[in-house]
Design a binder for this molecule. Sequence first.
Ligand code: UDP
Ligand code: MG
Length: 317
Amino acid sequence: MDKKDISLNISLVVPVFNESDTVGVFIDKIEDLFKSETLISIEFIFVNDGSTDNTLEQLLEYQKGKHHLKIIDLSRNFGKEAALTAGLQAATGDVIVPIDVDLQDPPEVIFDMVAKWREGYEVVLGRRVNRDSDSWAKRSSANWFYRIHNKISDPKLPENVGDFRLMGRKVVEALNKLPESRRFMKGLFAWVGFRTDHVEYARAERVAGETKFSGWRLWNFALEGITSFSTDPLRIWTYLGVLVSLCSFVFAVIIVLKVLLLGTDVPGYASLMVAITFLGGLQLIGIGVLGEYLGRAYIESKRRPIFLVRHVYEPEI
Ligand code: UDP
Ligand code: MG
């Protein structure tokens, strides 16, 4: 069927964590943007990710004001990835768009995404053409992360693409079937595949409030990404081990020859210390990497739920 003029229900999946400054602005902006659209209806799925301010109360106020929004209240802060998962599971729309509440993902872009979807694409990525709104440190670390990740992981992550994207129902159903409890959504999005195109947009500044991702949190997030989609960091130790053994073998031959030809050589304290500390360090790093994976396998093996819901507030209309 031609998708050009069929009516369309869009689910906006919005994780919120201490966003009392932004939820109101966000809802007003979206309603304003879509009010004259006759073919498009919007379903808001807010996931309250353990906010400690009055984000939930504000959302409930809006819901009472006859706005069509569903609120999933998680029992604590489970992190954006888990909150997104909760939202995707609850979304009923024909197409689903995860979007940040701080308006850094400009909602106008959704129209371009829908146009692409109507052309037949099942996933339409939002690609940032500028990262001016991010700090230098965040930009360059993101750059490094993508480089390393894409060298060793399969599938590759598209660069400058966040969670902001449009996905058809089938894509989200596929995502919902993935069983893992540690969820690196960008990787999972890429893993499910489907016919994909992108639209470009300029990433805006946060309208209000502050970012929830500190440097340390981003670092852990990057580790999560790499260890979720590649076992190369484990494998590298085999090769490194072979290389170091070869070197020490050559070194041993040199020492033996030297002793045979030139007699006993007492000095060697420095080279001994270097070898001991170098190898000790190398082994510790190796054990650390092993531990990282073992830890993840351990947590995964517990099969705990990804999130817990305190209450779901269904829309009143
Ligand atoms: N968020 C969340 N749980 C968290 C951290 C963030 O649901 O533990 C939400 C947050 O409310 C926002 C989105 O994820 O809607 C993006 O967060 P933020 O703007 O802080 O990240 P940044 O844009 O700086 O990467
Ligand atoms: Mg933001």
